[in-house]
Design a protein around this ligand. Sequence first.
Ligand code: NAP
Length: 295
Amino acid sequence: MSARILDGRSIAQEIRREVRLEVAELTKRTGSVPCLATVLVGNDPASTTYVRNKVRACEEVGIVSVRIDLPADLSQEALLHEIARLNRDPSVHAVLVQLPLPPHISERRVLEAVLPDKDVDGFHPSNLGGLLAGSPLFVASTPLGILELLTRSNVTIEGKHAVIVGWSVVVGKPTAFLLLQQQATVTICHIKTRDLGFHTRQADILVVAAGKPGLVTGSMVKEGAVVIDVGVNRLADGGIVGDVSFSEVAEKVSLITPVPGGVGPMTVAMLLKNTVQACRLACGAAGRHGVELVR
Ligand code: NAP
């Protein structure tokens, strides 16, 4: 294997240490302790694990977390009511609704109900629009984590050809706009893209977020490329793999993220950063010009 591993775990650990200091400084200066409310509807095992990890990460850095676990048969109206209550609560600075929601609830409707100032997931249309305009209050944690991983690993983005596989609101689209903001030339691929390999082979930076194990093989990448594997796929034996055939791709590229231990820990770290930013916004310690999208 020739590729260097992009170690999301250690970079995320570094960010968490920074966030812990930021929390202490903010609390000392303003008297406010950042607080994240997580809303979980139902008891999907993966979602429950994600929420537990987020709560634990908050505790580690001194962020207060309020965990709201609701039954799977909760009505949409009752959930919207709960979100409205969190929006009004001045002690809660950030609200995260764990996805997916049960099928009888409209995710779009629920995500639009979260106050943009507390929308640390960055899924509210006003924050998505802000990203397009270059000044969102919040950007989704996974795309932000990908940008941070590249930046802290000294990967030059400007002028590079970035190819993104997947165009979801959660990962693909915001990642594409973040990289465009850094003046990469961006190609977005989706299910109707003809000859996926033709596009992925052009990539200097390849981000794969399709949720399909083994989608990207060794013959689909360029020598020396940087590969970010966002996919999290649970196998029947309980193991977790990404969307990229790790061993054969790692033979050809210069940098690659492992799964697990790549993008996942970065997502949690950036959620913590966004929560501190939400607290700063609430107590007037930050301007409303939005996230600094480093360039
Ligand atoms: P999603 O909403 O299901 O989106 C998947 C995207 O991939 C869709 O846009 C889809 O295109 C595209 N796609 C699927 N198969 C494709 C193919 N054969 N060729 C080209 N495009 C294809 O999933 P998501 O929320 O974006 O998440 C993607 C993956 O990342 C999942 O495995 C998820 O678990 C993982 N994830 C990881 C983290 C983390 O922190 N590590 C965070 C979020 C998500 P169409 O829409 O055109 O069908």
